[in-house]
Design a protein around this ligand. Structure first.
Ligand code: CUA
Length: 414
């Protein structure tokens, strides 16, 4: 067993290891761990050597007389009280220092991020930028980030093993956690987890953290702060006969959709940024298996129409929970904010890849894809495992073709 453990420790990557120096938080924890391991190992060896020596030296020998009974030994008793006390001092001093250092107030110019725990997803707000997003965090390298942690329901715990944490999200209380991604670490993506049991989908409450260059972060933030504006295939205009008007058919030109705010229509284009999908490391790509029996006619996805989807979305039950900045019908904050949902790489709190197929299946039957999901089942004929009913058109259920339109709309929200 020992050999298997040693060999196992020698290979492979450790994408979720805390034993690294990507931030001062993890560096201090790692240093503390090394110190405690050193003293702990020293004590272990000293005790084991003494034990083996005593067992061998004073073992029972044939024909030996009974040992002389001894009652009490003041020197020994003082020693075995004093030595552990000294050991505890050696452990306590660095431990308490690290606790104080990691519990101190963050630098006043730190980037503020409000973390709100929900069953079972993460809401992230950047108050300086007016951004509300979900399940994915962007951090500029070299700048301290201060997380303010709260929950709207039960206890959760915020943990990005590679960067720092964990710290609990406690009802009616704000906890803080700060660290600084080192300026010289790679542009990278990290896994975040909920580390406090919080119900049926606790293990499905994940998130991603991207450490990016400061200018990339600014571009990301400026873009995310804006309403969603996306290119749309211009409808073929009614051309008065003989009026030689050039048809606008350039699908790449960023035309705001009907219904978007005037601000979105007139604001100058921003050179937005988000983490390049093709550069995502393997350890952040979700591999969750799809539930058995949940299917979607994928040929419909190619026929999905973003404008039809926007219109349908704006009068469906979706708007009861979600907000899309720029869509005046969609202002609820019960569920994740979807303003730039197409710039995210995962859906359902890091469970699935954000692509047309997974989005369609998610809309069709979210509770089947994530046990306990508060997002209800929408697909007609689907069984909702949480509400224990079967969805009909009369209940506001949607057909696969309608879901494909909404998927096209969501995928256009860049
Ligand atoms: Cu949230 Cu566990």
């Amino acid at each position: 067993m020992a050999l298997a453990m040693i060999v196992g420790a020698c290979g492979g990557e450790y994408p979720n290891s805390t034993f690294n120096h990507t931030t001062e938080f993890n560096a201090s924890i790692d240093t503390l761990f090394d110190k405690l391991m050193f003293w702990g190992t020293l004590v272990f060896i000293a005790v084991e050597v003494a034990l083996v020596y005593v067992i061998v030296r004073f073992r029972r020998r044939p024909n030996a007389a009974d040992p002389k009974p001894v009652h009490g030994n003041t020197t020994l008793e003082i020693l075995w009280t004093a030595i552990p006390a000294v050991i505890l001092i050696f452990i306590a001093i660095p431990t308490v220092r690290t606790i104080f250092a990691t519990q101190a107030k963050a630098a006043p110019d730190a980037l503020q991020i409000e973390v709100v725990g929900h069953q079972w997803w993460w809401e992230f707000r950047y108050p300086e930028y007016g951004i509300t997003t979900a399940n994915e965090i962007y951090l500029p390298k070299g700048r301290t980030v201060n997380f303010a942690l709260t929950t709207v329901d039960v206890l959760h715990s915020f943990w990005v093993p590679q960067l720092g944490g964990k710290r609990d999200l406690i009802t009616n209380k704000t906890n803080y956690l700060w660290f600084t991604p080192n300026a010289d670490i790679q542009t990278d993506a990290f896994n975040g987890f909920c580390a406090e049991y919080c119900g049926s989908s606790h293990a499905n409450m994940k998130f991603r953290v991207y450490t990016v260059e400061p200018d990339e972060f600014e571009r990301w933030a400026q873009h995310q702060a804006r309403p969603a504006v996306f290119p749309v295939q211009a409808a073929v205009p009614v051309v008065p006969s003989g009026a030689g008007v050039a048809l606008v058919q350039d699908s790449a030109s960023a035309m705001p959709m009907a219904g978007d705010t005037a601000a979105a229509a007139t604001a100058p284009a921003v050179d937005g940024y988000w983490f390049p999908r093709e550069q995502l490391p393997a350890h952040v790509i979700p591999t969750t298996r799809l539930p058995k029996g949940l299917t979607f006619d994928e040929s419909l996805l190619a026929q999905g129409d973003a404008e039809r989807g926007r219109e349908l979305y704006s009068r469906s039950s979706c708007i009861g929970c979600h907000a899309i900045k720029g869509n005046p019908m969609s202002v609820s904050n019960v569920g994740p904010n979807l303003t730039h949902v197409a710039t995210r790489h995962t859906i359902a709190s890091g469970l699935y890849q954000n692509d047309a197929k997974h989005l369609a299946l998610w809309i069709k039957n979210a509770p089947a894809m994530k046990p306990g999901s508060l997002m209800p089942t929408i697909g007609i004929g689907e069984r909702d495992a949480v509400r224990k009913n079967t969805i009909s058109a009369a209940m506001g259920g949607l057909t696969d073709a309608q879901i494909a339109d909404i998927v096209a709309y969501l995928q256009a929200l860049k």
